[in-house]
Design a protein around this ligand. Structure first.
Ligand SMILES: Nc1ncnc2c1ncn2[C@@H]1O[C@H](COP(=O)(O)OP(=O)(O)OP(=O)(O)O)[C@@H](O)[C@H]1O
Ligand SMILES: [Mg+2]
Length: 352
């Protein structure tokens, strides 16, 4: 299939899925958008390699190749002795990407944000907390023998032992595993393991400095997302602006507020990210205005347009800022990363 054909189909499907019938206007935005859709100035991958990758995905057991190796703990960035003197450095920012609604772009956000932050020179650790393991599929990493669910259950080991390298320098991942589902189902109603992630991640961050930790959450607000919200300092909430998404956003914010009041006082909303929108439609433009009005100051000024590169880049296992650096989507992620860095906490003294 030619890239232009794939692009056309992806665009059509996205439009159908979002059911946007709104009147179109703003020729400036449309023309920039069309330029981007045409792929002008940007030929990151041949149609043939994309086709091959899609075919490979369908073959059992080649869903994702392990292009990486499990790390030796000593290889981790800035491993330091616990006896070292306290030093002044930025506190790690642990950011959960969360929304109760499925398909709003949580994994896409974690994947591409991790890519751009590491491209900017930051060490980034991503935690895939979704039993579906979509993020580790995008980063082409498989879970090892010991898994995140084992760790949360306290079966064995340290979190550092779960970290994998990726193909990108300074980007590391802890894969999700299917047993996380069992973890949530079995212990969801007991408070027993709700602080398991906080404890393990805290131990890791005392020894290894990752300025950014991004946590990709599943589309639910149960024990897994609860663990993430208790362990993190900030949340990013991707919203797709659909009618049914508003209820999920309100639920998500309510849970965040509950956790902040009762368990994690340092938790704050870094921002709401409007994703997968076509600002050429009246619906999406008005939806953005309404969100900005309602959640004053929380909505990022960057938004991510509906882009064929979203599926292409995750299919190819390459963050969009590497895959299609001149695309509108890549520009949005660079702008978003700059905003997130700017919204960061101040430098604090921290014991090594
Ligand atoms: N800006 C975008 N433009 C076009 N497609 C997008 C965009 N963002 C995400 N998508 C596509 O929407 C689908 C859902 O995205 P994604 O998997 O990131 O959502 P999610 O919130 O993680 O879903 P889940 O809740 O199931 O984990 C994917 O196919 C993704 O490629
Ligand atoms: Mg996901």
């Amino acid at each position: 299939m030619k890239r232009s054909e794939l692009s056309r189909r992806l665009k059509k499907a996205a439009k159908r899925a979002r059911n946007t019938k709104g009147q179109r206007f703003d020729s400036d935005i449309r023309s920039v958008w069309k330029l981007n859709q045409s792929g002008e100035g940007n030929e990151p991958v041949s149609a043939q390699s994309l086709r091959e990758s899609l075919l490979r995905t369908q073959e059992e057991d080649s869903v994702y190749e392990d292009v990486t190796s499990q790390l030796n703990v000593a290889d981790l960035p800035e491993t330091r002795e616990l006896t070292q003197q306290p030093q002044v450095e930025a506190a790690p920012r642990v950011i959960s990407v969360v929304n109760r609604k499925g398909g709003v772009g949580k994994t896409t956000t974690a994947f591409n944000l991790a890519g751009v932050l590491s491209q900017m020179g930051h060490s980034v650790l991503v935690l895939d907390l979704d039993p579906m393991g979509s993020l580790c599929r995008s980063l082409q990493v498989r879970p090892g023998k010991m898994t995140m669910s084992d760790l949360l259950l306290g079966i064995d080991g340290e979190m550092a032992g779960l970290i994998h390298k990726t193909s990108y320098p300074s980007l590391y991942i802890i894969p999700g595993d299917p047993d996380l589902r069992t973890f949530e189902m079995r212990y969801g109603n007991s408070g027993t393991f709700r602080e398991a992630l906080k404890e393990k991640l805290g131990e890791l961050l005392k020894k290894n400095h990752f300025p950014y930790v991004l946590i990709d959450c599943p589309p639910s607000l149960g024990l897994i997302s609860g663990n993430a919200l208790i362990a993190c300092t900030e949340v990013i909430i991707p919203v797709d602006g659909s009618t049914y998404g508003m209820g999920a956003l309100v639920d998500t914010l309510a849970i965040i507020s509950l956790i902040r009041k009762n368990v994690n006082q340092r938790l704050r909303v870094c921002g709401l990210l409007i994703n997968n929108v076509d600002m050429g439609t009246i619906y999406d433009r008005i939806m953005r205005e309404v969100l900005i009005e309602k959640f004053n100051g929380l909505v990022f000024s960057s938004f991510v347009p509906t882009s064929p590169e979203a599926d292409e880049s995750s299919q190819m296992g390459v963050p969009v800022t590497h895959y299609a650096p001149t695309s509108w989507m890549a520009k949005s992620y660079r702008q978003l990363a700059t905003e997130i860095v700017a919204r960061g906490p101040s430098t604090v003294a921290k014991a090594a």
